[in-house]
Design a protein around this ligand. Sequence first.
Ligand code: PAF
Length: 284
Amino acid sequence: MLVFKASEDIRVYFKSRRSSIGLVPTMGALHQGHISLVKKACKENKYVVVSIYINPTQFNDDKDLEKYPVDLTKDQKLLSPYSNQIIIYSPEHKDLYPKGTQSNSYNFGSISKYMEGAFRPGHFNGVATVVEALFKKIKPNRAYFGEKDFQQFQVIKALNKQKKLGVKLISCPIVREKDGLAMSSRNQQLTSEQRVAASEIYKSLQMISSNQIEKNFFKMKQFFIDRVERTQALKVEYFCIALDTDLIPRTKLESKRNYRVFVAVLAEKTRLIDTVELKRMDYF
Ligand code: PAF
């Protein structure tokens, strides 16, 4: 499998191979969620660049960055079935940040303000900075992201539009473990007690989304907190319901609008996020 550390080598590689390029941006510690993006990208493009880069500017907590899992050998093994189409781009900081690892400053309005934007200050500026650099260096036709990071995807859509980057953005469904926990590189940081408790996140979200709880924001929130915090292995950081367009949290829900539930849950220092659609209903 081809592994490039410098984007210049990727540029040279593609110079004589003008064909469709799909980009799957990742921070490594790959799992089946990433592989679902890779599979889709391989179907839709001649070549697929999988970037593996732990982007320091999107971490607002140094400890979180320090303990972020890294295993390039395992990542390469997982990607090996697709090796005839894939190029791994695993850069040093200076390749993406020639002037030092600083974020640019963007204005994405309400979509970056709440939930992850509120609890991880600077996070979306960091994400947008690295994604802009990746898009400019790799020049993909399409780029693939997981729906677990729904808010991130809206930010990247806004970035793509604002900066006229011209990449077709594709959001792919969340891949879940058998018990429903959304796949995430961070899941491997969980203790066995936290891991068992974490299955409650999606189970509760499913009940909320399928309209089994009273149609009232505060009751849904309390229901979620009670269920998830039952074992004391987990603590709910936020439970928000927002329109899927402006991502502004609402407590009063109107009929026939498309809402989404967004949650972040802490297992000590490990953050788990998840999101589900709220099935359309009459909220009175
Ligand atoms: O979703 C991620 O893994 C990261 O935020 C991304 C898009 C690779 C940027 O570092």
